[in-house]
Design a protein around this ligand. Structure first.
Ligand SMILES: Cc1ncc(C[n+]2csc(CCOP(=O)(O)OP(=O)(O)O)c2C)c(N)n1
Length: 575
């Protein structure tokens, strides 16, 4: 068969233990579509909108912790994968993107559905690969096998990420009806024997000699996928050292007792002299981006004497502009080592204890204000997010869209007794274009219930997330419909200019009722405050079809509530 090396890509993927394939319709990609669809070892699903398809693939890759193959036809179809590829790049999610193409001599020759596909995703893929365009020669067979092996291995090499294989196909693209697609039994697999770097002797000695010289050590964790190994290592560290551990809801570290999750709220209101006292001497960071702008600003304005960043490999960012040391190791290896070090019961040790207490006092103060704040009966988006978080069962996925949804949830946080709640958010690029599709990707492959909190622009932008033939019975969406982008009413810059409503907040009139009818979802409107509890019980209940709970309100009410909360935190310093 002419396309045998292409059909064998499916076999190779199976031998690399890949299971999930996202296909998009088209003719040029027929050899790939048929190979993946007919291979019994793969789960294939098809989605018409490539933008949504690629975000769904991203969600599947997150849920399965394994690379997902995405196939599309030539032309603009390829460009539509770009937003999710960019998110996968910055969130370090492995995707194997295979685009079909015309042979090189037919590009830009008015032959239809062709664009310039070579290196189309630029730096957003770890590597661009081009398959040979004629498959008959044995070298081509070898090249296809070698390239796909390399692409799969590269996608999972840390930092993981997307790779792009462009595959030019010459017609005929389809087998004849009497032809059967078979997969070779001797497909070669090149396996990379990866290992996580531990700490070297030199690194250990640097850490143990420098550590006692710091009084105010602070740990800040950015976004991370849920990882019980890091959670455990941090819990053990916490028992031994009086080091404040600050993180966001997307750091997935809430199960570590005694961490600090409300720094965004109190650092936004704290006076300069308090911030000076909170300034770290040694800042230790790991994970990816932070949601909290106030935390970022604080760490830039009050820089630590040293900033150590821990990551297994890859390019390093200098988010707080004072990075001093990078330890290429895993956070858990680093934490295990510093946990094993002896703590000093000296005056210096007491100083660290006092520093820890200082952060703890701020965290407790903010939690008290929050508790009191939510005793008022007035409903807002923030209180809806709080109620949902309280009603979440254990062992669910919580997906947070950009932009206010992830911030609201971060203001509220999760307590350590909430077990098995995994938090996801497209914060690699913070786009509003694929939050729903990413959550849908999780729903398709995960048995866990998936709860998405989203604003209306993000929700209606990405409604093709639902436009396919697959069941979404484990999906629950809390839609915070303020008929525009509240974030632009909250941000100081855009909110105060005359164009704010029209061009920034961007008013829109839709509600989700008709969409729910169209897709057969249950639609819940929590209209009556008295019946709120029942609405949430109905919403969080398992089984049935997907459910959307729509809370409609206006931007000014929510803006007012947020301002009130900030004022209350500020006032708490004056009591
Ligand atoms: C693809 C993309 N386009 C534009 C933006 C800029 N942006 C950030 S937040 C936002 C508004 C989001 O509105 P909504 O989903 O209603 O959420 P809310 O701000 O009300 O929470 C926009 C347009 C973006 N992040 N991504």
């Amino acid at each position: 068969m002419r396309y045998q090396p292409i059909y064998d890509i499916a076999e190779l993927c199976v031998r690399h233990n890949l299971k999930e394939v996202v296909l998009c319709p088209g003719s040029r990609c027929a050899p790939l579509t048929l190979a993946f669809a007919r291979h019994p070892g793969l789960n294939t699903r098809t989605f018409t909108d490539e933008r949504s398809a690629a975000f769904i693939a991203l969600g599947i890759a997150q849920a399965t912790a394994s690379p997902v193959i995405v196939v599309c036809t030539s032309g603009t179809a390829v460009y539509n994968l770009a937003p999710a590829i960019a998110e996968a790049c910055f969130s370090q999610t492995p995707l194997i993107v295979i685009s079909a193409d015309r042979p090189a001599e037919w590009i830009a020759q008015h032959d239809g559905q062709t664009i310039f596909q070579r290196e189309i995703f630029g730096k957003h893929v770890k590597k661009y690969f081009e398959l040979p365009q004629d498959y008959e020669h044995p070298d081509s067979e070898w090249a296809v096998n070698r390239i796909v092996n390399e692409a799969i291995n590269l996608s999972i090499q840390l930092p993981a990420g997307p790779v792009h294989i462009n595959a030019p196909f010459r017609e005929p693209l389809y087998p004849k009806p009497e032809q059967t697609i078979r997969f070779s039994t001797d497909v070669r697999v090149i396996r990379e024997q990866a290992s996580l770097p531990g700490l070297t002797v030199d690194q250990r000695s640097k850490i143990s000699s420098a550590w006692p010289g710091f009084n105010n050590i602070l740990i800040v964790a950015g976004q991370q996928t849920p990882d019980p190994v890091t959670t455990h290592a941090l819990s053990e560290f916490q028992k031994k050292h009086d080091v404040p551990i600050v993180h966001d809801i997307i750091s997935n570290l809430h199960e570590v007792d005694g961490t600090l999750q409300h720094s965004d709220l109190f650092l936004g209101q704290a006076a300069d002299n308090l911030k000076e006292m909170l300034r770290p001497d040694l800042l230790i960071t790991f994970g990816q981006s932070l949601i909290s702008k106030n935390l970022k600003l604080f760490l830039r304005k009050y820089p630590a004497r040293s900033h150590w960043h821990i990551q297994p490999s890859g390019p390093v960012t200098d988010t707080f502009q004072n990075l001093s040391d990078v330890f290429y190791t895993s956070p858990h290896a680093f934490l295990q080592f510093v946990t094993s070090m002896e703590t000093s019961a000296t005056f210096e040790g007491q100083k660290q204890k006092n520093y820890y207490k200082l952060w703890e006092v701020e965290e407790r103060r903010t939690m008290r204000v929050l508790q009191e704040f939510f005793t008022q009966p007035e409903l807002s988006e923030l209180s809806m997010v709080k109620i949902l978080i309280e009603h979440l069962p254990d062992n669910v996925n919580l997906h947070l869209a950009n932009s206010m949804s992830v911030r609201y949830a971060n203001f509220i946080g999760l307590t350590a007794n909430r077990k098995g709640i995994h938090v996801f958010s497209n914060r690699g690029t913070s786009g509003i274009d694929g939050s729903t599709s990413t959550a849908v990707g999780h729903s398709l492959v995960s048995r866990r219930p998936n709860f998405l909190i989203t604003g209306d622009l993000a929700f209606f932008y990405d409604r093709n997330a639902f436009w396919h033939n697959y069941e979404l019975s484990n999906l629950r969406i809390l839609l915070l419909n303020n008929h525009g982008g509240l974030i632009f009413d909250v941000l100081e810059g855009p909110s105060s200019i005359p164009e704010a409503k029209e061009y920034f907040i961007t008013r829109q009139a839709l509600t989700a009722r008709k969409l729910c009818e169209e897709f057969g979802f249950d639609y819940i409107r929590p209209d009556h405050t008295r019946k709120l509890k029942n609405s949430f019980l109905e919403f969080t209940e398992g089984g049935g079809s997907a459910k959307v709970m729509e809370f409609e309100s206006d931007t000014s009410r929510n803006k007012h509530m947020l301002e009130q909360l900030k004022t209350k935190i500020k006032d708490s310093y004056e009591l």
